[in-house]
Design a protein around this ligand. Structure first.
Ligand code: CP
Length: 319
């Protein structure tokens, strides 16, 4: 593996999931791989889990870590080519990426969607500009359209918790008053479709009308707009809010009946609740669900360390 920008960079998903589980069982087995290597983690947006779990994973592998909040700790970065830089961005990505690539052996980047321009967001400009100019592997720490380290942690969590060979996994939209990116929902759908194509899960998406994800992410998943029908018999309920893809970046409804409650969970096959966190309690999901034994959210977040470790290990092995 060179870059880890999306599922397309994964050769063997089963092996990568197993590698994460192996790291969890034996975190320090591969410390030699990262000796004298440095990872730089660049955040254009806030983070708790990604920031800490990726640092921890790198340290488990013997790496040194450097973390920077872009635009706060550093200069603002211009991504467009050939522009007159007379605005608020003092440095171009061409120099910034090249320089950071001299200090770091791997660069992780978090850069969310702006939600103003769908074409621009879905071009993944920040990831591609860094991949073009850094000269070292790039790891996606959540981009405009994807959050693959989260999706790998989600796959690990489902593998650990599943009670049947081919569980029913339901991605459900949750209400929120702010427009949020589609990245987590897109990415989860992309990875679950891969698992479904391999016969590992039965994957369903439920969301209100107007909230269908981009067709390339929906893939072969069944979209069921009736959430009660979708929840029936589910083994895993994966909650997430996203703004509309069709009316790009818009909040079309805040219908509170889409928040997950224990009544909803009772329609499932004693299903588990998952969410990538952070989550707004009682807006998106009830206290009762989050505090119940059916909630996997803490274990899911804990597995972010092992998903990051599996990916970094794969990159380090190729150096
Ligand atoms: N799930 C996730 O990526 O969490 P953070 O935004 O806190 O990193």
């Amino acid at each position: 593996m060179t870059n880890f920008l999306s599922l397309a960079d994964v050769n063997d998903l089963d092996a990568l999931i197993q590698s994460g589980r192996d790291a969890k069982a034996n975190p320090f087995a591969d410390q030699h791989l990262g000796k004298n290597k440095t990872i730089g983690l660049l955040f254009f947006n806030s983070s708790l889990r990604t920031r800490l779990s990726t640092q921890k994973a790198a340290q488990n592998l013997g790496m040194q870590t450097m973390v920077m909040n872009v635009g706060q700790d550093s200069w603002g970065l211009e991504m467009e080519e050939g522009v007159l830089m007379n605005g608020d961005k003092a440095e171009h990505v061409r120099e910034a990426a090249a320089v950071i690539g001299r200090y770091c052996d791997i660069i992780g980047i978090r850069a969310f969607a702006g939600l103003q321009d769908r074409v621009s967001d879905y071009q993944e400009q920040v990831m591609h500009q860094f991949a073009k100019y850094a000269g070292v592997p790039i790891v996606n720490l959540e981009s405009a359209t994807r959050h693959p380290l989260q999706s790998l942690a989600d796959c690990i969590t489902i593998e650990e918790a599943k009670l049947t060979a081919r569980p029913k996994v339901v991605l459900t939209w949750l209400p929120h008053f702010k427009p949020l990116p589609q990245a987590v929902g897109n990415s989860f759908a992309e990875w679950m479709n891969a698992r479904a194509n391999a016969g590992k899960v039965d994957f369903v998406i439920t969301n209100p009308e107007g909230y269908d994800l981009a067709p390339e992410f929906v893939g072969n998943a069944r979209i069921i707009h009736n959430r009660e029908e979708a929840f029936a018999g589910a083994d895993f309920i994966y909650g997430k809010n996203w703004s509309s893809y069709e009316q790009y970046g818009k909040v079309l409804t805040m219908d509170p009946s889409w928040a997950v409650t224990m009544d909803d969970m009772q329609r499932t096959n004693n299903g588990k609740f998952m969410h990538c966190l952070p989550v707004r309690r009682n807006l998106k999901v009830s206290d009762a669900v989050l505090d119940s034994p059916q909630s996997l959210v803490i274990e899911q977040a804990a597995n972010r360390e092992w998903s990051a470790q599996a990916v970094l290990k794969e990159i380090l092995k190729g150096m």
